[in-house]
Ligand binder design. Structure first.
Ligand code: DGL
Length: 264
């Protein structure tokens, strides 16, 4: 099965998801689209993010014949997933359900925290999924929009980062949840600062790690898995490739090779 797995995000953030995908599925070919011309999605409306997501999915399906679509952006997953699933016949994997599944598998799961962009929190997508997966749990959601800029600036453990983490996450320190869902692609980059502030108590749920597990299972079950000798990764962006490469390596944790600019 030589068809690639399509992965998209508003920009560099989804590279934290891609990193987990390549680690879990080293035999696959991944085609990543970063919509860098239109980032951020986290401040935009459902209608706009859904339109952008459809444009990217159409490009990946019609031009590249992808076998599966991974929506590696929590905002797009929260706002556009039901529409994408309705339109396309290939499997579409988002970030929300894999995180909820992990929360539901924990021995202690009475109190769950969710952090994400303003649009993700406003959408209520995590609360809705948690209500059906974990009906007895108490959920507290908090938008943490400044985390995106801090991560893109590479300020992962600076005094400013620690101060912003302390400000946003204060409610979770005074009343620690059993698990905190890192419901945004950028937040795994700030994991040390988050862990440093919250201590060892809450389980930090990383959407990339959880989504990679789900993609693995779905590819196997669907007979879609490719057993190549190493991951093959192609990068497409909608704006300046050099900027993407420069900022992206912190998120990807490895060198990013050729990046091609495309118009959708
Ligand atoms: N990728 C987005 C997310 O995971 C964060 C960046 C943005 O706002 O576009 O929600």
């Amino acid at each position: 099965m030589r068809r690639p797995v399509g992965v998209f995000d508003s920009g560099v953030g989804g590279l934290t998801v891609l990193k987990e995908l390549t680690r879990t599925l080293p035999g696959e070919h991944f085609l990543y689209v970063g919509d860098t011309a239109r980032v951020p999605y986290g401040t935009k409306s459902r209608e706009t993010v859904t339109r952008y997501s459809i444009e990217i999915a159409n490009h990946l399906i019609t031009r590249h014949d992808i076998k599966m679509l991974v929506v590696a952006c929590n905002t797009a997953s929260s706002l556009a997933l039901p529409v994408l699933r309705k339109i396309y016949k290939i499997p579409v994997v988002g970030m929300v359900d894999p995180c909820v599944r992990r929360a539901a598998s924990l021995p202690k799961r009475d109190n769950i925290g969710v952090i994400g962009t303003a649009a993700t929190v406003r959408s209520g997508a995590y609360e809705q999924a948690l209500r059906s997966g974990l009906p007895a749990s108490h959920v507290v959601s908090t938008p943490c929009p400044l985390f995106v800029s801090l991560a893109e600036e590479g300020w992962v453990e600076t005094p400013v980062t620690r101060a912003v983490v302390a400000e946003y996450l204060a409610p979770y320190r005074s009343d620690p949840p059993d698990a905190l869902i890192l419901g945004c692609t950028h937040y795994p980059v700030l994991k040390n600062s988050i862990r440093g502030f919250l201590g060892e108590g809450p389980v930090l749920i990383d959407s990339g790690e959880e989504a990679a597990r789900v993609v693995d299972v779905l590819l196997s079950e669907g007979g879609l898995k490719r057993e190549g000798s190493g991951p093959e990764v192609s990068f497409l962006v909608t704006d300046d490739p050099d900027h993407f490469r420069g900022v992206g390596e912190l998120f990807y944790g490895a060198e990013i090779g050729a990046v091609k600019k495309v118009s959708l």
